[in-house]
Design a protein around this ligand. Structure first.
Ligand SMILES: *[C@@H]1O[C@H](CO)[C@@H](O)[C@H](O)[C@H]1NC(C)=O
Ligand SMILES: *[C@@H]1O[C@H](CO)[C@@H](O)[C@H](O)[C@H]1NC(C)=O
Length: 305
């Protein structure tokens, strides 16, 4: 109740200053006058910026590490965006409304790497957005000075930032290989050799290359759900004991059915892999010819019956 009264006092205080000038909505506010949303002690704790986790360590090209600890802002329409490379991206509504929105659009997570080149910085785990977290991809492009040049939202709650800096103007400034420690460079060399010798597939190459980038700290280990899907184990996981027992029952019945078919055709088989020396089943004594391992269509064996 006291807080509500206090909030009302703030509103009345604002009203007492009179209506805002007509052009105020379009005015670009470049300084930091808006502390109502951020530091207003009457606001509930949840409306202040609360990062979900610490940023990842600074990584990548050494000459970019000097950007760490600095912040660059851009005012676009009624929002001020702030990029702190290797730390975070935030958004601050430029209004004197008592509940002005401020939010975290991402916390420094990992690099995006394609074609041996650092393509962008991913800032993830920002404030909640529907069921996901806001995230931002920061693209580094060559420019005369350090400047947050552009912000857009290509898909819901995924933001694209363009950061201009003289630090990436040299054509080799974003290459990955030269930034790696010798041991990882040697692993990469070996990988190229193995690919050339066709000892690994292109797919295997991509996977092993990713592991090198992960070991370097440039990429973070992918989500468990993703890797589980990659390994194709998704369908083999059981949510409950009940569904596991049902699957077991179904498999047991399938084994019985297959055993029945083998028996019907007089094909010998072993009861299970654990008892390789167990006796053959079946009503007929197998001949030497049938005892060899099965390959292909059991129908071919019709002539031996
Ligand atoms: C964003 O990063 C800057 C620079 O390190 C830091 O001062 C600020 O507290 C961070 N903001 C949030 C909401 O974490
Ligand atoms: C990959 O990089 C090389 C040299 O850095 C360049 O010549 C080539 O066009 C790039 N390919 C793609 C698909 O970006």
């Amino acid at each position: 109740m006291a807080a509500r009264l206090a909030g009302l006092a703030v509103l009345l205080g604002l009203a007492a200053r009179g209506p805002a000038p007509a052009g105020a909505a379009k005015m670009k506010v470049v300084e930091e006058p808006n502390t109502f949303g951020l530091n207003n002690p009457f606001l509930p704790q949840t409306s202040r910026l609360q990062p979900k986790r610490d940023p990842s360590p600074v990584s990548g090209p050494a000459h970019l590490s000097r950007l760490s600890g600095k912040c660059f802002s851009l005012v676009e329409s009624t929002y001020k965006y702030e990029l702190c490379p290797f730390h975070n991206v935030t958004q601050h509504e430029q209004t004197f409304r008592w509940n002005a929105y401020s939010g975290i659009l991402g916390i420094w997570h990992e690099w995006e790497i394609t074609n041996n080149t650092f393509r962008g910085m991913w800032m993830r785990d920002g404030d909640a957005c529907q069921s996901r977290s806001r995230q931002s991809k920061v693209e580094l492009t060559c420019g005369k000075s350090n400047r947050l040049a552009h912000v857009s939202e290509p898909s819901t709650c995924v933001y694209a930032l363009t950061f201009e800096t003289p630090l990436v103007c040299h054509p080799h400034s974003l290459l990955v290989y030269p930034t790696l420690p010798t041991a990882l460079q040697q692993r990469w060399d070996q990988l190229e050799q193995d690919l050339a010798d066709e000892l690994i597939t292109a797919q295997g190459y991509e996977k092993l290359l990713r592991a090198i980038f992960e070991d370097a700290g440039y990429l973070k280990t992918s989500e468990p759900s993703e890797s589980a899907q990659q390994e194709g184990t998704k369908g083999l996981r059981f949510e409950t004991l009940e569904s596991c027992q049902e699957a077991y029952k179904a498999l047991s019945q399938e084994i019985k059915r297959l055993q029945g078919m083998l028996t019907q055709h007089g094909v010998p088989y072993r009861k299970s892999a654990e008892t390789p020396s167990s006796e053959h089943w079946g009503p007929q004594t197998p001949t030497a010819g049938i005892a060899e391992p099965l390959r292909g269509d059991p129908g071919l064996r019709g002539e031996t019956l």
